[in-house]
Every structure is written in C-alpha cells, then in structure tokens.
Design a protein around this ligand. Sequence first.
Ligand SMILES: [Zn+2]
Ligand SMILES: [Zn+2]
Ligand SMILES: [Zn+2]
Length: 483
Amino acid sequence: MIKKMMKKIFILLVVLGVLFVGSCKKNENGNGNDNPPVVDPDKKEPDVEPEPEHVCVDFVWVFEEGTKCNTVGERYYKCVECGKIAFTERARREHDLYYVVVEPTCEEDGSTTTLCHNCDYSYTVKEAATGHQHCHYVIDLEATATETGRRHKECDDCGATFQSVDYAANGFSEHGKLSVEGTNLIDEHGEKFQLVGISTHGIQWAIPYYDYDVIDELHNTFGINVLRLALYTAEGGYCDPSTTETKRKFFYDLVCKAVDICTSLDMYVIVDWHMLGADDPSQGNPLYYKDEAIEFFSKFTEQYKDRENILYEIMNEPCGSTTWAQCKYYAELVIPEIRKNTDAVVLVGNPKWSADLVSVERNPLVGFSNIMYTYHFYANGSFNVSAITRAVKAGLPVFVSEHGGMVSDGDGELDLNSTLAWYRVLEENNISYVAWNLSNTKGSASMMKHGSTDYTNFKDSNLKEWGIWYKNWVRKKFGLPLD
Ligand SMILES: [Zn+2]
Ligand SMILES: [Zn+2]
Ligand SMILES: [Zn+2]
C-alpha cells in the first residue's frame, strides 16, 4: 500500500518538475516562444509625454459679427484659447467704450472724447484753456526816477510773451518800506514819496475784482502804485451779524489773496477796516466793533509781519455823534496790537467821515511813530482845501485814503475844477491819495460802466467818466504815455 502511494507521489513530483522547468523557459523571452523578439524597423519610440487634454477655463462673450450697439443679438461664451463655445444667448449689445483725453494748455482748450470700439459713437466734453497761470514780468527797459520803462510778461508754462507795457518806478521794489517823517511819507531811501491809487468797493460786493488778472490789468492801465482793500464791517461785511463764520473767513482770505497779488505785482496795499455808519446802531463809532478790530489786526499783522508793502487803515469813516476822543481811544487800543508785529504805516480816521482834522490837531496821538491821519473829500460841493493845508502846517501827516470828483454819496456830476484844486494842494504837500472806487455799480464814483462784468477791461469804452479822467490823471502824474 505504501509502495503504491510512494510511486504516485513520485510520478506527481516528476510532472510538477517538468511543468516548473517549462514555465521558466517561457519567461526568458517574455512571449512565451522560444524564438527571438521581432523588431519593426518603422516603429519609432515617442520622445515626450503626450499633451494632456485642453480644459477650457478662460471665456469671453463675443457677439455675432455685425451686431450693432444698442440692439439685441446672438452672443457666444467662447473659450479664449480654443474658441469652443460653452453656450449661446441673445442679449443687448452695449457700447464698448474708450476715452481719448487731450489736456488743455495755456491757450488751447482740452477735451475728453468718449468713443466706441464697435460703432461711431462719440461724445466730447471740452475743458477750457487754462490761461497763462504762471507768469512773471521781464524788464525790457528799466524805469528810472525820471523816465518810465517798459516790460512784458512771460508765461513760465508755455514761454508765451505778451502784455508789453510802460511802467513807472513807483513800486515797492524801487521804494521799499515806507515810514513817516514829519508830515511826509518817505520811502526806504529817505525820499519823499506819494502813493496814488484806487480803493475797491466793499469787499462783499467786490469779489470778482480780488483777482490777479484784474489787479494786474488795473495796475498796468492806471499806473497806480497802491490798492486799498475796503473790508466793510457792516452791510453784509466782516462784522455784520448776518455774516457767518465761514463767510468771515472767506473775507479774511480774500484780503490775504489781494495782498499777495499786490505784492507779486510790486504794489503797495492798504488793508482798510472799513467801518461806517450804515447798519451800526451806535452811529459810525469805531468802538462798536473794537474787539473784532483788535482780533483782526492782531491776527493779520502777525501773519503778514514780514511784508513791508502793507499799510493799515484802522477806521474808515467815523461819523454821527462819534467824537475824536473816542476815535483816539480806539486808535490807542488798536495801534499797540499792530505794533506787536510791525511798525508799518497806520492810517487813522477821524469824525465827520474822516474830515475833521481840526479835532485831531487839538489833541493828536502821542507816542506812536509811522502814523498818518486820513482826510476824505468829494470835490463836488467840497472846496475846503484849507482843511489840509492847515493840518499840514500844524504838523499832521495827512493821507487822503478816499476821495472822488463827485458828490460825497458817490454819485452826481464830477466837478473836475474843484478836483484839480484839491490835487494841487495834495501835490504841493506830498500827500498820497486813493480814489473811490473800483466797481461797476450805479454811482458816478464807480469807475467801470454800470453792470459791466468785463472786469479786466479798463479801456475807455468800459469805464465811466471818473474812471477815464482819473486814469489819465494818474498816468500823466507818473509820466506814463496816454492812449
Ligand atoms: Zn478651450
Ligand atoms: Zn457702440
Ligand atoms: Zn502759458
């Protein structure tokens, strides 16, 4: 029995051995054949991995060609890379806008044009030429004490040259810081000196005139060397109860602006605290707004203490029952505030609309230098030139910070003979004078034609009789040629 089983196992082992050897032989060439592998000479092995299949990620909307703007058409959501359309819909085609900007220059208008890539849509917004913003004067012929000179303007931005004008050597660069010696205003060389100029109307009405181009043209056309800035306290002015803090600051800044303009134009400038009777319940008394005046002059002179072309007029025209004693007391409060910052010339008003030098003469201010007393006259109906000669004889330095050839309400006919009589006295006594006024209002004292908004135009055609006459007078006085 065992022999029989042993024989069976042996046979099984032999069979398994044969099978084992066979399978190993098969693995030697991998195909199970005993023949060598067949090589195809045309078949090339690939060098790189095959591209992965493209996946669309970046799509844009594209309208069917020919679809007009503002119409509904077919549009496709297309793959940017392969152009495959993901989906289609109907939609309104809006403009595909772009902008062309032309910056304005000094003389040429600029524009922004909106255009469409798909249609001829075009919309232009103009931007006005900037004008010559940054200019300076270039002297062609230097003015001397006896001969006028000539200068022109050049634009720093575009190099344009224009506005060739005659000028007199009557400005700050020539005469410098002013002071008072005896009854005379003198310049930095110690020579007698006269300021001759124009006053603005109330700042609250004169806003367009507080402008570089206007003052520049006024200066060139009239040949004046001083501008008076009438900072009204009442009638909607600086201290009026109806004037808001914002408006007040606006007026303050406007005074600063005009002072800066005058400085840049080589002019002197008078900051005039233009108190007057109107709307003032205490009848033209400077003490009524004394706190405001002190605050204003403290602040202003602190800010402008290094400017030497400024004069300060601390009260325009006290009137009504106001006495010189009250004016004097006011001056003694305000002047020390100014003196904390500057010894600039201070102009002091007096009763009866600054026409009462007799009261001043009896009791002048003591202990202050560089003080002058104002005198105002309106030549039609006022022939009292001795008011001035008498004051000068008494040793009072006089400054005519306001005058006109007409009636004292700033209207009516001009009396030019009387005006000339006054001027003779002013000239003989080296007295400075400022004419009322730069505005386009109704009265005959307003130099510009009534209602004219051509603010930079000081040609005769745009001036009233007073403006034309005064312009010619001042030009002649400073030796400038007439038109
Ligand atoms: Zn794609
Ligand atoms: Zn379009
Ligand atoms: Zn320019």
